[in-house]
Ligand binder design. Structure first.
Ligand code: PLP
Length: 453
């Protein structure tokens, strides 16, 4: 099929996720045909450096023959069997053991699904079930945050805090409340230190707990670093204070590490980078580097031991919970990440270098309000005026122009409102980072000429 034929067929039959289809018809679909290492290639012959690792997921990079072999061998041996009927298959069992080994010490159990959204649905049901088993069914309110993204199912969208998404819920799961997120760039008061802002944002969580009554609050859920909300990195004071507040009020702590898990922050999990002890950790994406759909909800001892001690069926699960092929790929993927020392490299080398290189290449750009990084996650705030932090109008319009120029220059980046974000594969080297920063700089320069006309 030619690119034009594929576009026409796609237009005729394919509804895309998170897409304005009227707009898509005008812009035309890009057909990505293959990928290798850090690059993807479209059918028109463009080589594009993938600054988003697909959708925050291809941690081990493209073209991993070992993952293909792991999948093929498992499909030959046993393509599918379920984990209902008191059965298991070897790979989900062995993967659960591996996940218990790399997770924080108090986390030793795993519940599988196929996506981050499913894993968050599971987490929501599980924490409420936990309190019911403990004889406190009224303890069922979940506190979440503005700008949170926890997925697209009804429950995950209800947990989420993106206003536009929530508007389309037409009926949310009840007893979920939202508080401010720790986004200092827009929400800190003039003169307020990062430290104090972090404590104030955490206090918003405590205020919500007190308002609801701690006896009614099941859990607080948050991404350690809000990803799709714009790579919002909280001040260092934030998470330890959240931990203290949750402990004080006996509120469970649910971390959504769908993006931050599996090395992106320079540890297996951001819980370790931030030294916190969540009761659940939602993971997906980097678990298989995107080669297979798989999610793992990591469940702490407190919840897991109640499930075992109190007994009774937890009426929840998916046909593909613990899919043997996806789990075989995950096992091999974690082996690769470990063998190649990718996590240490992010922590000690590429993570710090990404920050330095972005500062050196863009730190003085008239359209850059702030550069934030943590491990291999990056955000660049786009402003019209560096001093006043005034944005271009309408909201979110400038980053789209920059994004289009970045892609034209051979770099896939994403625009979220007024922020440009990046989340590259963990295989990026200093050279790849230099190449990316050079392309971003060019995209900013070209966009500026257009935007300031
Ligand atoms: N949670 C977070 C933090 C995410 O970033 C995402 C997806 O981007 C999800 C949950 C949902 O995962 P999925 O798209 O696999 O359902």
């Amino acid at each position: 099929y030619s690119t034009e034929q594929l576009r026409a067929i796609d237009n005729a039959h394919h509804l895309h996720p998170f897409t304005d289809h009227k707009d898509l018809r005008q812009a035309g679909t890009r057909v990505i045909a293959r990928a290798d290492g850090p690059f993807v290639y479209d059918t028109e012959g463009n080589e594009i450096l993938d600054g988003m690792a697909g959708l925050w997921c291809v941690n081990a990079g493209y073209g991993r023959e070992e993952l293909v072999e792991a999948a093929t061998a498992q499909m030959r041996e046993l393509p599918y069997y379920n984990a209902f009927f008191r059965c298991t298959t070897p790979t989900p069992t062995l993967l659960a053991q591996k996940l218990a080994e790399i997770a924080p010490d108090h986390i030793n159990q795993v519940f599988y699904g196929s996506s981050g959204s499913e894993a968050n649905d599971t987490a929501l049901r599980l924490v409420r079930h936990y309190w019911a088993l403990e004889g406190k069914p009224e303890k069922n309110i979940i506190i979440s945050r503005d700008w949170a993204y926890h997925g697209s199912t009804v429950a995950a969208t209800s947990l989420g805090g993106m206003a536009a998404m929530r508007e389309q819920l037409y009926g949310a799961v009840p007893n979920i409340r939202h508080v401010m997120c720790p986004y200092a760039f827009e929400l800190a008061n003039p003169g307020e230190s990062d430290h104090d802002f972090g404590l104030r944002a955490a206090k918003a969580v405590e205020d919500a707990i007190l308002e609801a009554g701690p006896e009614n609050v099941a859990a607080f859920i948050g991404e350690p670093i809000q990803g799709a909300g714009g790579v919002k990195i909280p001040p260092e004071s934030y998470w330890p204070e959240i931990q203290r507040i949750c402990d004080k009020h006996d509120v469970l702590l649910m971390l959504d590490e769908v993006i931050t898990g599996y090395g992106r922050t320079g540890e297996w999990f951001a819980a370790q980078s931030m030294n916190i002890k969540p009761d659940t950790i939602t993971t997906a994406k980097g678990l298989t580097s995107g080669y297979q759909p798989l999610s793992a909800l990591l469940v702490g001892d407190r919840i897991a031991s109640t499930l075992v001690e109190k007994g009774g069926e937890f009426y929840h699960g998916y046909t593909y919970s613990g899919h043997p092929v996806a789990c075989a790929v995950a096992l091999k993927n974690l082996e690769i990440i470990e063998r190649e020392g990718l996590i240490g490299r992010v922590r000690d080398e590429t993570g710090p270098y990404l920050h330095e290189a972005l500062q050196a290449g863009l730190g003085d750009h008239p359209m850059v309000g702030e550069i934030r990084t943590f491990g291999l996650l990056a955000a660049i705030e786009v402003v019209k005026d560096r001093d006043t932090r005034e944005r271009f109008q309408p909201e979110g319009s400038a980053p789209v122009v920059i994004r289009d120029h970045a892609i034209a220059n051979g770099l896939m980046m994403r625009a979220v409102m007024d922020t440009m974000i990046m989340s590259p594969p963990l295989i990026w080297t200093k050279e790849t980072i230099d190449m990316a920063v050079d392309r971003i700089r060019k995209a900013f320069d070209t966009a500026e000429k257009e935007l300031r006309q």
